[in-house]
Design a protein around this ligand. Structure first.
Ligand SMILES: [Ca+2]
Length: 303
């Protein structure tokens, strides 16, 4: 039983991307094992397949993808002193002659995103630094900065409103998942689509400079211009940051910029969003999860 017609690609693979390579090899081993299992075990042949059976098989593929990602996160990523890049995205098309379809695995570093829960301290007061960062992020994305006030009142336990209607129907607690943003006043579907790729509700709130995209890097300080943020992105493409102090090697990041943000950045992700999807014959099964390097699962959704 060999793997035929095998094609795969990693959108951001480079020579130094050891982590991406390890993940690829793991998924390859997984697919080989599963193909063998389906060929000699439960696989009944195309003539007798029905939708239910196909769907079950796709679920098994998706579940296995999540399991493989969990092993990668709690093993390779957990034991590394830094994690790079901000996401891994791989497609496995027609991995075997018995399976015509696509298996996709995407892993996103949640520390590369802005943790919206951090704008309110656990004692209920506003974290001005994080609140201002969130306003900068909104402004960088051409969204209204008053969204920061709606979110702050949504989270903070008191009922003192920042805007006339910003305490109406609020949760007065932290968000458990980013879907909750859609329940908050001032955030419509269009704003959500724009904002959600850069937002997390998991982890310690430190920004991973190995993965954060430009709008998130710029949210750290008024002094980080588009040009400076681009330099960070360009720099890490060649040399990932193994320590936060290496940010000072990027032209323009002298102590006046690095100093004030140094306590708010990291080079390592601790929580990862994982999406495993398996599609074949017009059927698709998707499993999404958020998994910590300590193997803790914060979110799980199947569709
Ligand atoms: Ca409130």
């Amino acid at each position: 039983m060999g793997i035929s017609n095998f094609k795969f690609q990693i959108s951001n693979l480079r020579n130094h991307d050891g982590m991406a390579l390890i993940l690829t090899l793991m998924v390859l081993a997984l697919i080989t094992a599963m193909v063998t299992e389906f060929a000699y075990g439960v696989y009944a042949g195309t003539n007798t397949l029905n939708n239910w059976y196909d769907s079950q098989r796709l679920s098994v593929f998706a579940n296995s993808g999540i399991n493989m990602a969990a092993i990668f996160i709690s093993g390779t990523l957990s034991s590394s002193s830094f994690t790079y890049p901000g996401f891994f995205d791989m497609d496995f098309e027609n991995p075997t002659k018995d399976f015509e379809g696509v298996i996709n695995l995407r892993i996103e570093d949640e520390n590369s995103k802005f943790n919206i829960n951090t704008i309110v301290y656990s004692n209920g007061t506003i974290n001005e630094e994080a609140y201002n960062s969130f306003k900068r992020l909104l402004s960088n994305l051409s969204l209204e900065t008053k969204i920061a006030d709606y979110v702050a009142d949504w989270i903070d336990p008191d009922t003192e409103w920042k805007l006339r209607d910003s305490e109406e129907g609020v949760k007065n607690a932290q968000l458990y998942s980013i879907d909750e943003l859609l329940l908050i006043k001032g955030i419509d579907r269009a704003a959500y689509e724009k904002l959600s790729p850069y937002i997390t509700v998991y982890g310690d709130g430190l920004i991973n400079i190995n993965g954060a995209e430009k709008p998130v890097l710029m949210s750290l300080s008024d002094n980080i211009t588009d040009e400076l943020a681009q330099r960070v992105v360009d720099y890490r493409k060649t040399i990932p940051f193994e320590d936060i102090s290496q940010l000072q090697k990027v032209a323009g990041f002298d102590l006046t910029i690095y100093g004030p943000i140094s306590a708010r950045i990291t080079v390592k992700g601790k929580y990862f969003y994982v999406k495993a999807s398996a599609a074949s014959g017009g059927i698709r099964r998707i499993i999404e999860a958020v998994i910590g390097t300590g193997k803790d699962i914060k979110y799980w959704r199947e569709s």
